[in-house]
Design a protein around this ligand. Structure first.
Ligand SMILES: CC(C)(COP(=O)(O)OP(=O)(O)OC[C@H]1O[C@@H](n2cnc3c(N)ncnc32)[C@H](O)[C@@H]1OP(=O)(O)O)[C@@H](O)C(=O)NCCC(=O)NCCS
Length: 154
């Protein structure tokens, strides 16, 4: 097979402190209200499941999940803007779900802005259901925005 036709894939590896410069660059480019560096450091120091996804050897996304007894709370899930809309969000989430299953997780939870239709669509197609609304949870250009709480039973 012609190597040029090989589909691009994400390779996953645990996030390390040395990744944070690249991670924060993606975060700032991808979110209107990005996390700050300290948020990522705290996640690493707390031992949360934190992974970097590489495409062609370069960081192209990441996810972070807090695993508690039987539950996984997804704290961040992000694809670099240049790689969005090409199925990599789905790859990222599939890796997260596989990892959760390996830890005997029974349910996954996340919060998302209802206006983030791409993310909401992705989660719904993977099997997440909306279970609650947290009022005025996120900062927004005009006031605050609610958070949709979603859950997937594994
Ligand atoms: C949300 C995010 C992770 C999705 O990743 P992505 O690579 O862009 O998404 P994918 O290409 O894998 O597409 C995922 C699904 O969304 C759908 N989708 C793609 N673009 C869309 C759009 N503009 N509007 C609505 N749905 C869309 C696709 O149909 C796809 O479903 P399918 O595979 O069943 O066809 C990514 O856009 C991102 O990192 N955004 C910024 C950070 C963020 O908002 N993270 C989520 C916080 S809760």
């Amino acid at each position: 097979m012609n190597a040029l036709l090989k589909p691009l894939e994400m390779d996953f590896r645990p996030m390390r402190a040395a990744d944070l410069d690249a991670v924060i660059k993606i975060e700032r480019a991808a979110y209107p209200y990005p996390w700050i560096l300290t948020n990522f450091r705290d996640c690493l120091e707390s031992g949360y499941s934190s992974w970097v996804a590489e495409i062609e050897g370069e960081p192209a996304g990441y996810w972070i999940m807090m695993l508690a007894v039987g539950e996984g709370h997804i704290l961040n899930c992000c694809v670099a803007p240049a790689w969005q809309g090409r199925g990599f969000g789905r790859s990222l989430m599939r890796h997260l779900i596989d990892t959760a299953r390996q830890h005997a997780t029974e349910a996954l939870y996340l919060e998302v802005r209802p206006s983030n239709t791409r993310a909401v669509t992705l989660y719904e197609r993977l099997g997440f259901d909306g279970i609650a609304l947290r009022r005025d949870y996120y900062p927004a250009d005009q006031g605050r925005e609610d958070a949709l709480v979603m859950r997937m039973i594994l």
